[in-house]
Design a protein around this ligand. Structure first.
Ligand SMILES: [Ca+2]
Ligand SMILES: [Ca+2]
Ligand SMILES: [Ca+2]
Ligand SMILES: [Ca+2]
Length: 422
């Protein structure tokens, strides 16, 4: 294990600069901001989470599916149609209830300290609507996404289909959200080539295998570099139409979600982050944004406020410095009070141990919101030896109607069954 305590802040800054120097021009826009994050941490805040002992809650029952690093994305679906939810991690799926491992296509176990896998985010859905759930995989940033077609319990490799004419997926936290309200999840992301905020729509007719690309923003906008960090979908201005947020501002949604006409409004939504969640944190009727640092330290809520001209801007409030590298988040009502909670966790060894705190204990946590009571949230640590990958699943796995959590990262694949008492 690399002990980051041995390194001084200066060494961390130096290694950060060296890392930035090695990356391509596509990364240059973010180099400055990432550097600023590290500089600010060194000057004003702890560069890493404090070494306090974190006692995991007894509210979740953990099952280790595997300790192998095979994917940083995860999904659930009943792939063999036996009525039980199975777990997907990259090119592998684990059959409930004993989590027997199956391979969809040739792959291998990756070295968590040296390599990335070939699977960054996963989704289970019946793409071709033949009654069998398929598996969607977002690959390394900038590569096209693809899906594996379920062979309906027949042996052999699953057929791989590239999504939407090989659109290169930009932004590191693409969203699985229903953009057009047809009840099927779409992919919200950037288009690497056109630097445009787009959505990729799965086929609508049974038997069809082709996804379509539709533009929301104009070309050459912020948030669309392959390594851009942070994107979300929700109604910022409460006009009844959902908008797209990135950390540099928001694109105002219109009824036309296909022609790339959504106008950008600059606003300050803080540091590079993972999936951005919209909710009214403080109960003042305006939607705020909750985000977490993708590669540094911090969970924040960004309070929606009016700027001097009466426009929309945000004031950032720090919620947590419990764990760094919080490179994914999801909303789900974990405690059954009817209000969605925020779940995030450490992307263990995000940059293979080179970033402050990325080899610390892999913590998974949730935040319960209390809009009528300051500071409007309560933090709960779920576990200190799982963490999160690049997406988190919150879905009922054991039939008790409470959402459970499933994660996959460089620490393995884990199921955390929700035992919170209502
Ligand atoms: Ca099953
Ligand atoms: Ca299918
Ligand atoms: Ca709106
Ligand atoms: Ca608010």
């Amino acid at each position: 294990m690399i002990d980051m305590k041995k390194y001084t802040v200066g060494q961390c800054l130096l290694s950060g600069l060296l890392l930035c120097g090695c990356l391509t021009g596509a990364y240059s826009q973010q180099t400055k901001s990432l550097f600023n994050v590290r500089k600010q941490q060194a000057e004003n805040a702890p560069a890493r989470a404090e070494a306090k002992s974190i006692v995991p809650s007894t509210d979740f029952k953990k099952t280790t599916i595997t300790r192998d690093f095979i994917s940083e994305g995860v999904a659930v679906a009943d792939l063999n149609k036996d009525g039980r939810m199975d777990i997907v991690a990259g090119y592998y799926w684990f059959e409930a209830p004993n989590w027997t491992r199956h391979q969809m296509a040739p792959s291998r176990v990756f070295d968590p300290r040296k390599e990335y896998s070939e699977s960054f985010l996963n989704l289970g859905m019946d793409v071709n609507q033949d009654g069998w759930d398929d598996v969607v995989i977002i690959d390394f940033p900038g590569k096209p996404a693809f899906w594996f077609e379920n062979p309906k319990n027949k042996p052999g490799d699953w057929q791989k289909h590239i999504i939407a004419d090989s659109v290169g997926i930009a932004n590191e936290s693409p969203g699985f959200v229903d953009i057009d309200g047809d009840g099927r999840l779409d992919i919200l992301c950037g288009d690497k080539a056109k630097k445009q905020i787009v959505w990729l729509k799965p086929p609508t007719k049974p038997g069809d295998t082709n996804w379509k690309r539709y533009a929301l923003s104009k070309e050459n906008v912020a948030g669309t570099e392959i390594f851009s960090h942070g994107i979300g979908y929700g109604d910022v201005d409460k006009d009844g139409i959902k908008d797209v947020v990135i950390r540099e501002g928001w694109f105002k949604g219109t009824a036309d979600n296909q022609s790339g006409s959504w106008v950008f409004h600059p606003a300050d939504l803080g540091e590079p982050c993972s999936h951005m969640q919209l909710l009214d944190v403080n109960g003042d009727g305006k939607n705020d944004v909750v985000s977490a640092s993708a590669h540094a330290l911090g969970v924040w809520w960004h309070e929606q406020v009016a700027d001097e001209q009466g426009g929309i801007n945000f004031k950032t409030h720090l919620m947590s410095t419990t764990t760094a590298q919080t490179h994914s988040s999801i909303m789900a009502d974990l405690n059954g009070d009817g209000r969605a909670d925020y779940i995030t966790g450490k992307r263990f060894l995000a940059h293979h141990g080179r970033d402050p705190g990325d080899s610390d204990a892999p913590i998974l946590m949730w935040f319960e919101f209390t809009p009528d009571k300051e500071p409007y949230y309560t933090e709960h640590v779920i576990d200190n030896d799982s963490g999160a990958g690049l997406n988190i699943v919150a879905q009922d796995m054991n039939g008790d109607r409470m959402p459970d959590l499933v994660i996959a990262n460089k620490n393995g694949v884990f199921l955390l069954e929700n035992k919170i008492k209502k």
